[in-house]
Design a protein around this ligand. Structure first.
Ligand code: F6P
Length: 367
């Protein structure tokens, strides 16, 4: 009998609803073909690099029913880039090392024919770099931020918008009861997709996104007008990367070894300070949704998208189409070369139909 072909699956970067549905999709599709085995590497590439490796065989029993569960059964990490791995020295300092050759050796040693890397923008840049270094790899785009440009949607995004919209609805009733301005902060990094969709779905008065810097004076005028009309209230959605015209993103330096990004979060509090400094007299409260947007069960749409992404990812491997990323384009699941997928960041375009539509509904962007 011919040797089995082995696929290594991993989830890297921030988690999001739908990761388990992709894992299940890959394993189920592989089972329909003869001669394939699928393994998961625990904590992204870290699992295969360990001695002994931390791998889990994705058997039918192991993947049964996991598509409805949030998180990832394979665990994840933001500190597992094999091209720039943070090695801690005895004196506590950190040296970045390129561990690609070790990874290649490990893949060979354990007879893996291909890798499926489920991850966001950063992870797919890693996929492309590893592909260029000779690894048979396929990418699957995930992120609640929806900031990958070669796919109309990433799975996880719609679930995050649902969490944010449900929270927004709750904040409306308390803002109304208390005659308050309620600022709700959502994730999204440098892209305002979650904020924009939530503002339309929830019916926000104001939506602040990184792509449209705001004028604080205009915001105060808008808030005061509505707030002082009877016992008025105002609901604002702000994306974590939003800032005033000429201002900066609100971010902290990372305090974890090997974490390569600035940490966002807390811009809602800065907005309150800015509004106060600009003369806003209304009562204001803030709600920072944070990681609740990444947790819990994927909504039906994300379960479907993620499952189909899993099926497609296996088919790309089966057909030897490496260096590709699964993508959702024009209501179809297809694929694009990884090198094109990571070229451009998916910003909200200020002149897009979504922004125009939101403005048509009377939502202010403070511009
Ligand atoms: O990329 C997804 C995201 O959720 C961003 O919106 C957020 O800034 C970041 O991850 C936070 O990641 P973590 O706290 O896991 O490092």
């Amino acid at each position: 009998m011919a040797d089995k072909k082995k696929i290594l699956v991993l989830t890297g970067g921030g988690d999001c609803p739908g990761l388990n549905a992709v894992i299940r999709g890959i394993a189920k599709r592989a089972k329909k073909e003869k001669g394939w085995e699928v393994y998961g590497s625990i904590e992204a590439f870290n699992g295969i690099m360990k001695d002994p490796p931390e791998l889990v065989k994705l058997t039918s029993k192991r993947i049964a029913g996991i598509h409805v569960k949030g998180g990832t059964i394979l665990k994840t990490t933001n500190k597992g880039n094999p091209l720039a791995f943070a090695r801690e020295n005895p004196d506590g300092s950190v040296t970045m090392e390129d561990r690609t050759e070790i990874l290649k050796k490990k893949l060979l040693e354990h007879n893996f024919d291909a890798v499926i890397n489920i991850g966001g923008d950063g992870s797919q840049k890693i996929s492309q770099a590893l592909f260029e270094k000779g690894i048979n790899i396929v990418g699957v785009p995930k992120t609640i931020d929806n900031d990958l440009s070669s796919t109309d949607l990433t799975f996880g995004f719609s679930s995050a918008v649902q969490v944010a919209t449900d929270s927004f609805d709750k904040l409306v009733t308390t803002a109304e009861s208390h005659h308050r301005v309620m600022i709700m902060e959502v994730m999204g990094r440098d892209a305002g997709w979650i904020a924009l969709h939530t503002a339309i779905a929830g019916g926000a008065e104001i939506c602040l996104i990184p792509e449209i810097p705001y004028d604080i004076k205009k915001l105060v005028k808008r808030i005061e007008k509505r707030y002082h009309k009877g016992r008025g209230f105002v609901n604002i959605v702000i994306s974590e990367g939003a800032h005033a015209k000429g201002g900066q993103v609100f971010a902290r330096e990372p305090d974890e070894k090997g974490y390569a990004h600035k940490r966002l979060g807390g811009v809602a509090y800065r907005l309150t300070e800015e509004l106060r400094a600009a003369g806003c007299t209304a009562d204001i409260r803030e709600a920072v949704l944070g990681h609740t947007q990444r947790g819990g069960s994927p909504i039906a749409f994300d379960r479907i998208l993620a499952s189909l992404f899993g099926v497609k990812a296996f088919e790309l491997v089966k057909d030897g189409k490496y260096g590709q990323m699964v993508s959702y384009k024009g209501s179809k699941v297809t694929s694009v070369p990884l090198k094109d997928a990571v070229k451009e960041y998916n910003f909200v375009k200020p002149d897009s139909f979504l922004v125009k539509g939101a403005k048509g509904l009377g939502i202010s962007f403070g511009d």
